[in-house]
Design a protein around this ligand. Sequence first.
Ligand SMILES: Cc1ncc(COP(=O)(O)O)c(C=O)c1O
Length: 413
Amino acid sequence: MLGCTYPAPVRILAHTEQIVRHYVLREIIDGRAPSQAIDLFAVEGATAGITYIFNSLRENRLLLPGDAIAVGMPIFTPYIEIPRLGDFRLVEVPIEADPEVGWQYPDRELDKLLDPRIKAFLLVNPGNPASVKIGRHGLQKISDIVAGHRPDLMIVSDDVYATFADDFVSLFSLCPRNTILVYSFSKYFGTTGWRLGVVALHQDNVLDRAISALPQTELAALDRRYGSLAVEPRKLKFIDRLAADSRNVALNHTAGLSTPQQVQMALFALYGLMDDRDAYKKAIKGMIRRRHDTLYRELGFAAPRIPNGVYYYTILDLETLGAQRYGQDFVDWLLRSKNPLEILFRLAKEGGVVLLPGRGFGTLHPSARASLANLSEADYARIGRIIEAIMNEYADEYGKSKAGSPLTLTPTA
Ligand SMILES: Cc1ncc(COP(=O)(O)O)c(C=O)c1O
């Protein structure tokens, strides 16, 4: 715990692995896998995990430039940007969630996964920015596609918001051999600064199988890459390659999270495991959901209830809200005459609060994403009031532009 020696084994300390494995099993995969069949790699938060995964997929010839990767949209902005980087040069195939059906992936979008040119599917579940978990139908559809048509598909599932959802089911439990699970302690414990996360992989997985099926020339090149780590480098599991690649192989002995971090991670996991009445979980979920309702109440709307909603974030869709309040004609005028970013800039200037534009996450309508995890309830009330005041001001302007006279609009909701 004092950190006097390099942590060993490098991938994760033995006791940390056991404890965090139980935590992951309980919180993310609902006990649906034999606990000993899952390997973990302790990483500096989920984002480090994603970075290492992309690098190792490339180094092990599992994702090559020009390969297609399906990306569940809208998504955490960096995940749109990473595949396009010169390092990877992947072709992105968006799998669009539909706001009209509670941000679920429609079958026609998921059917894109049938195309064998798509090597991997990167998704966040529950999503960011929509904060909705994939429902039963979508999960079943994806697992049917994998089982019936795409047993080779690699799935990278970032489940960092899983612990905020009711009755969460991860793709890792439905497609355990295809899915690389990424989880972080940043969100649930409000500890982004600690940099604590894990990558989890089933011991029997498609990645190890795909590596062993590579052409001999590629295998020989990988033997050279990993030859300093193992007498038989071909037996090195993908998860151990991840750890090694995270330190350019040569510095493998210094890979992984520091010992104090791993102790802290084990304490968080134990705390979660010992919360057998879900007292902490209920308190945390209740807190973000109250903030959500307060924001909408002050905006002057009934708080939306979305099936599968998680309410860690909310998307304020300016088109929908504007149409509900003042009608479609107002929205058409707003979109014609105002830059949707203007509202966000005014909110920043007048309220000292920065919301992110939904378009940055790949939403198809102008919107703002509010995180419900960062501020006090009073702050969300203030955000609601300021946005409402700005919208009312626009409505006045719209009324004047229509009638050449003061406001003629009456709110419809
Ligand atoms: C989907 C998703 N993954 C990962 C992260 C960051 O996780 P970490 O702090 O564990 O790196 C975020 C933060 O916003 C996120 O939205």
